[in-house]
Design a protein around this ligand. Sequence first.
Ligand code: ZDP
Length: 284
Amino acid sequence: MATAVQFVKMHGLGNDFVVVDCVTHPYNVERLVAAAPFLCDRHFGIGGDGLILVLPGVQGDFRMRIINSDGSEPEMCGNGIRVFAKYLYEHGLTRKTALAVETLAGLIRPELILDGAAIAGVRVDMGEPRLERAEIPMIGPPGRVVDEPLQVGATVYRVTAVSMGNPHAVIFVENTEACPVETLGPKIETHPDFPRKTNVEFAQVVNPGAVKMRVWERGAGITLACGTGACATLVAGVLTGNTERAATITLPGGPLDITWSDEDNHVYMTGPATEVFSGTVEIE
Ligand code: ZDP
């Protein structure tokens, strides 16, 4: 029996999501999860890089689940958590401007930046980056993976691996425009050294406070922005001596400000979140 599902279409810098509120509506969550590839399909469905489910929290105020457009479930989503916080506030699910949100990467803390009644942006405490190889996860001996050679076909790339809850392989390049993201991205995503696959960031250092980055996302392909990827890029920039601890990471969809605090070791991300339209869709 088909079910009518209300959704809101939102994005963070063009990284776009179908948002479904399972707090307000008693939808069958597993049926929604199974419908993610259809809902995210740009021709046969609504279209999105992922599906975000708004769920009640137990340890936190709410719980976020994110499903990639291919149906896989990542641990975290940086642009998604900003969108999630905006949704909760503007749709009346909370009056709090500082929230604790449960994710598969632990409690993540977004804070709304208000300009009068409007949300000017969202600042997120993304927690500590995980740098041990086994935490990425990546196959090999103990230690960090910083500027390490990775054989891909006939070519060796130098990668720095960072987990922001989800895995990232950051490669510094001379020019992101010249990068074959659509062909190289999937080869690194599925490289056997990454048992849970990986997101892949191609980063160009403009100066120690400014980086240009293009991304190939695990389970979603090329997207206009990746919040966890921007955080991973800044951390990789610090580990390789390429950047300061605070930098603007400019993605095809626009800039994110990222800071890796030397006080609490947490990564902080600031950027926008936008609602575009809402509607009703039928799922099986
Ligand atoms: O780790 C993954 O499988 C990603 N595709 C999840 C989504 C990450 C995202 N782009 C972000 O902003 O962090 C949404």
